[in-house]
Design a binder for this molecule. Structure first.
Ligand code: ATP
Length: 193
């Protein structure tokens, strides 16, 4: 079974595109949701977070996401540290999940694939691209956050053009190009590989 990555910049529409693949019967692993789950359930990871970010990272054994977000989104080194702790656990969990899937291919949807060197575990990577202004607008609307906040998060990711250059397939989600036919074309290609 092929292991496929699905990535793109903040607000590009990765999750939206992943849902389209799901309608075709393709299993999708959502790295963001998995990370949140594993930070709550993986004993080794919880311990590492407590050790590196303080006891206040957990309130009544529940991850204090606001406390952690305030730290990592204001300090690049702290964000790298959190990623260094979570990535190996999520990579392992995703790989185990992939092995259990019964489908021609399975998708791992993740914002950071090239940034974290995850492409080495995948056969192909699909990129989702959209103009920066539209991506910003989507995230501001969806998360009710400020433009500044989105810019800050975007600055922590690889430049979109550089990311797309490294992808094997690209989907343009600019609300002008139709997404479903692009997904179907890639799906057909992947079934033949
Ligand atoms: P993040 O990087 O924050 O994880 P993402 O890349 O997964 O985001 P989505 O959550 O799929 O992006 O999309 C961002 C927002 O834009 C969502 O509210 C989604 O409903 C909306 N959106 C995405 N694509 C489209 C589209 N083609 N038409 C209309 N709305 C869209």
């Amino acid at each position: 079974m092929l292991k496929i990555g699905l990535t793109g910049g903040i607000g590009s529409g990765k999750t939206t595109v992943a849902k389209v693949f799901e309608t075709l019967g393709i299993p999708v692993y959502y790295a963001d949701a998995a990370t949140k789950r594993l930070m709550q359930t993986n004993a080794g990871l919880k311990e590492a977070i407590r050790k590196n970010f303080g006891e206040a990272s957990f309130k009544n054994d529940k991850l204090d996401t606001k406390y952690l977000a305030d730290i990592v989104f204001n300090d690049t080194e702290k964000l790298s540290l959190l990623n260094a702790l979570t990535h190996p656990v999520v990579i392992d969990d995703a790989m185990q999940w992939m092995l259990q899937q019964q489908a021609p291919y399975a998708i791992k949807e993740a914002a950071l694939i090239f940034e974290a060197g995850i492409e080495q575990y995948l056969d192909y990577v699909i990129g989702v691209q959209a103009p920066l202004a539209l991506r910003m607008e989507r995230v501001i609307q969806r998360d009710k956050v400020s433009m500044r906040e989105v810019q800050k998060r975007n600055a922590q990711q690889m430049d979109e053009a550089a990311k797309m250059k490294r992808c094997n397939f690209i989907i343009t989600n600019d609300e002008e190009s139709l997404v479903v036919p692009q997904v179907l074309a890639i799906h057909e290609k992947l079934l033949q590989l």
